[in-house]
Design a protein around this ligand. Sequence first.
Ligand code: KIV
Length: 287
Amino acid sequence: MTASDASSTPSEQNPYGAAPAGPKRVRTRHFQTAKQQGIPITGLTSYDMMTAQIFDQAGIDFLLVGDSAGNNVFGYESTLPVTVDELIPLTRAVALAVKRALVIADMPFGSYEGGKEEALHTAVRFMKESHSHAVKLEGGVRSRKQIKRIVSAGIPVMAHIGFTPQSEHGLGGHLIQGRGSGAEKLIEDALAVQDAGAFAVVLEMVPGSVAAEVTKRLEIPTIGVGAGPDVDGQLMVWTDFAGMSEGRVPRFVKQYANVRNVLKDAVHQFRDDVATGAYPAPEHNYE
Ligand code: KIV
């Protein structure tokens, strides 16, 4: 998002920008404006205060405290074991660190599928205990009631359809969704979450042509994670985009840095310096 919000007063204008002007807050209404004006929305995951500060200062529009913390913080093999109690402190650290970005708390597996009251209870916990500005949950038609209930309580919801990692086993693995006759189901899911009141929807691992069609059909913005260029915004897992993750990353990831190697080199240097006595040098000593 880099243009001004047409509906704002002059003093509120330009809350976006590569080097954001002032501590203006990104709100869910800015997502709508961005879609209407054709301004791309940017999002990254974040799980801690320091990355949140860096991403926020760089002008990223929203930070998702994803249940991908399961793989990237807690060392689990998937997102399935992640709990609300584990995500709340991470989300709080991110929310307290930002001045501008919208912070979205990811509702983990098992915290909303039971029904709309369970979903509301979880969403309220995140809003009260983690200071997040919105929540995200997975599922289209199947999560319609939950989204409606949370939204009716004044809590913004980002929906998530296509490949939904919490359903990895039900879907039969990390498979692209929406191909062939699956396109119809994807559109049905997208319309369902829009109808339920979601302010935006993540499309994960879907063919670009199908994502483009969904984006055209919806009034709310679409946020792509491996959904091609014809969506309203792009979201990446920060450990993938910055080259922090070990091993293979999905095809849709563009690595903008190799932070893992930078850190590794620094650690080797430190270890060698201590071994050779090069650290600490006289300038590091107190008189
Ligand atoms: O948890 C997460 O990081 C996510 C994104 C991949 C959409 O849900």
